[in-house]
Write a protein that binds this ligand. Structure first.
Ligand code: CUA
Length: 179
């Protein structure tokens, strides 16, 4: 079948299905199904996607919790903007604030210990991307996203924003220390 056909034959769904065409459709369908079922499979067995929780919150309520943690566990300040570096106790709730155009505060975690990492945006959509681990979470305003994380390798990780959020999107980066 082609576009160059008499008008009577141009309605494609009235044309008989070619065998090759049918084979391609079935192959594509089978592949779609494979990929569809791989998503839940990886989620459960592949340790690829974090199972995060999300709760409704407000910027005020979230900032209060974040400030409490910063007040308690700040060990030093870094960068010329004097961003506090916090070293929270293992197992505790850690609040990371996403806002135009920074991540606040800086985190220093201990390898092998678990933490409840909270993420929330104070304004609009940001993306939490932890490199080079390639953990990616969309950070929405109005929702407190909670991930249970256990850093395994000591080092300095980069946090970058991977959702375009305005003119200084490219400067919205931070770091995460694992000792
Ligand atoms: Cu925040 Cu891009």
């Amino acid at each position: 079948m082609s576009a160059i056909q008499p008008p009577s034959a141009r309605v494609w769904w009235k044309q008989p299905l070619d065998r090759i065409e049918l084979i391609w459709i079935l192959l594509a369908l089978a592949w779609c199904l494979v990929m569809f079922f791989m998503m839940p499979y990886w989620h459960v067995f592949g340790k690829q996607n974090l199972a995060n929780e999300a709760y409704r919150s407000t910027p005020e309520a979230y900032m209060k919790k974040a400030n409490d943690v910063v007040e308690k566990y700040t060990v030093r300040k870094e960068t010329d903007r004097q961003i506090p570096v916090i070293r929270p106790p293992a197992g505790s709730d850690v609040y990371l604030v996403a806002r135009l155009w920074e991540w606040w505060p800086l985190l220093e975690l201990e390898a092998g210990k678990s933490y409840r990492l909270h993420l929330m945006s104070m304004d609009w959509l940001h993306g939490f991307s932890l490199q080079p681990e390639n953990i990616n979470i969309q950070v929405h305003p109005g929702y407190d996203h909670v991930l249970t994380i256990t850093p395994t390798q000591p080092g300095t990780y980069s946090i970058i924003c991977n959702e375009y959020c305005g003119v200084n999107h490219h400067t919205m980066s931070s770091r995460l220390y694992v000792k």
